[in-house]
Design a protein around this ligand. Sequence first.
Ligand SMILES: Cc1ncc(C[n+]2csc(CCOP(=O)(O)OP(=O)(O)O)c2C)c(N)n1
Length: 340
Amino acid sequence: MKELDNDRLVWMFTQMARIREFEERVKGTFEEHPGVIRGHTHLADGAEASIVGSLATMEPNDQLMTTYRCHGYPIVLGTDTKAMMAEIYGKKTGLCGGYGGSMHLTDVERGFLGTSGIVAQGIPQATGAAYAAQIRKQGQVVLCFFGDGASKQGAFSESLNVASLWKLPIVFIMENNNYNVVTRSEQEDANAAAGEPLAVKAKAFSMPGVTVDGGDPVAVYETVGAAVDRARSGEGPTLVESKVYRLSAHGNIIVPPGIPLHFPEHEAIEVFGNPEEYEAAKRGDPVPRFRGKLVQDGVMSAEQADEIMQSAKDEMQAAVDFGIESPLPEPAEATKYVYA
Ligand SMILES: Cc1ncc(C[n+]2csc(CCOP(=O)(O)OP(=O)(O)O)c2C)c(N)n1
């Protein structure tokens, strides 16, 4: 694992700021340009530190798969944010030609193998990628991201089982954001039965299970980094539980057949009438928290932090403009990639 020098720490903050701004602009599109985003969109605001800390461990040939809450990962990998925004707007200039949308961002060249709207589907796919990596013998590692809800699916158990048996080079990263749509983790049979922390599930598959504060990018880097080192040296998989809090509601409201509407209030308030929980989570927001730490430690100045935020805002404004101005795909090409 490489040491995190000051440049790397500032890089981490920069990526967190870019992810946050990108998602703010996705959320803002629902009001600024109603109807431009169709279908479902899910944000990962609150998980920036977990995403950046995890991806900072990757070598250029490593790969990853995620869920539909997928905007942050390609940003860190260096994917063009204009193409990403255009994809979310369903435009021809989008990352996937407008065929994928928010839930299916993919950038195979940079190791971002794909995402899925089906809960837990990415886990066996990432495990397959790790099997391929093991056969290729080039020292590649696969990072597999999913939610706490996904860890109740059979696909989770089967994948962790085979990954452990075959000592596959994979790190399973459960981003535990407390909620499965509007159900709290502790209300659910399987996760409630497992108890806290959910990383204990690793025991059943004879692999290490560790829990980390997903709001602290350095802690995530160290925890995931140790798991990546273990995977790369042929010792097999690890289950990392990264505890985060999603600051937006599960996803945007869709009212068919009308225009997709904005994000509702967070479930803690709307469903559980618990604004205190939500306010506490906002106070622990990882982006200002990391900024405060780096400024306090003298790693960067407050002015530098402001410049980073401003540059993220400018970049994402350009992404919105590009997406809005881009053309829609040709209707005649709608079935171009339909094979069955
Ligand atoms: C197989 C499957 N079952 C149900 C759904 C509906 N669904 C969408 S998101 C979600 C909750 C998933 O929770 P979690 O895995 O914790 O991810 P999070 O959304 O919290 O990041 C459910 C049940 C689905 N998309 N796929």
